[in-house]
Design a protein around this ligand. Structure first.
Ligand code: R1P
Ligand code: URA
Length: 236
């Protein structure tokens, strides 16, 4: 057991899907996996292992924000030998190029977080997705007819309720498609540990049009990104 994950050695699979919401983790495990066991309930941050098309896969909630995700990603990489983490999150669209419920596959993640400022002593660092996972996710997305997907930059913010939303305008002018709160830390930690990571997010809120989905929809209806993630993780 690690401090924040109550699993014994071997209970976590090498491939982990990671939603922020622990109840989305439960829904994913119950909906997509066979032979599911819950391996942790520590702090209510649920984790499950099961099989998908005969291959072992885990689903672990990360909580909200980069400090929380970093706790789970560090423990999964360092104490459970996890090789691959794919975040399956929700996000807010920052441009009308992206619609509510579209899926954004994040090639890279910008951030306002001090975590990387601190880590790199003020130098900029460009957190990017694992290329093999990115390519496999794009190939999976291209074969799925009922979902529109986009590949590009996202913004991992420390604030859901931003005190200075106008600062996002420059990001959008430089190609950022959507905002969420975890991918930058995930990509950085995967690079540090020489493991693979990708973030795939469904648009739950549209910052331009004001459209939004309900809590229940965020928990239980973003299945296309989960299928993409499973296909990407296990194709490579
Ligand atoms: O739905 P999840 O995966 O939690 O992701 C998004 O939703 C949360 C905010 O509501 C943040 O964690 C953000 O990144
Ligand atoms: O607007 C949004 C929606 C989901 N997650 C975020 O961080 N922001």
């Amino acid at each position: 057991m690690s401090i924040h994950i109550g699993a014994a050695a071997g209970q976590v699979a090498p491939v982990v899907l990671m939603p922020g919401d622990p109840l989305r983790a439960k829904w994913i495990a119950e909906t997509f996996l066979d032979d599911v066991e819950c391996y942790t309930e520590v702090r209510g941050m649920l984790g499950f292992t099961g099989t998908w098309q005969g291959r072992r896969v885990s689903v672990q909630g990360s909580g909200m924000g980069q400090p929380s995700l970093a706790i789970y990603a560090n423990e999964l990489f360092e104490e459970y030998g996890v090789t691959t983490i794919i975040r399956v999150g929700s996000c807010g669209a920052l441009t009308e190029k992206v619609a509510i419920r579209d899926v954004v596959i994040a090639s890279g993640a910008c951030t306002d977080s001090s975590m990387n400022t601190h880590r790199f002593g003020g130098y900029d660092y460009a957190p990017v997705a694992d290329f093999g996972l990115l390519r496999a996710a794009v190939e999976a997305a291209e074969s799925m007819e009922d979902v529109t997907s986009h590949v590009g930059l996202i913004f991992s913010s420390d604030s859901f309720y931003s005190p200075r939303p106008e600062l996002m305008e420059a990001q959008v002018k430089h190609g950022v498609l959507a905002v969420e709160m975890e991918a930058s830390a995930l990509y950085t930690l995967a690079a540090q540990h020489e493991r693979r990571a990708l973030a795939i997010c469904t648009v739950s809120d549209h910052i331009v049009t004001g459209e939004e989905t309900t809590s229940q929809e965020r928990e239980q209806t973003f299945g296309a990104m989960v299928e993409m993630a499973l296909r990407a993780a296990l194709a490579t």
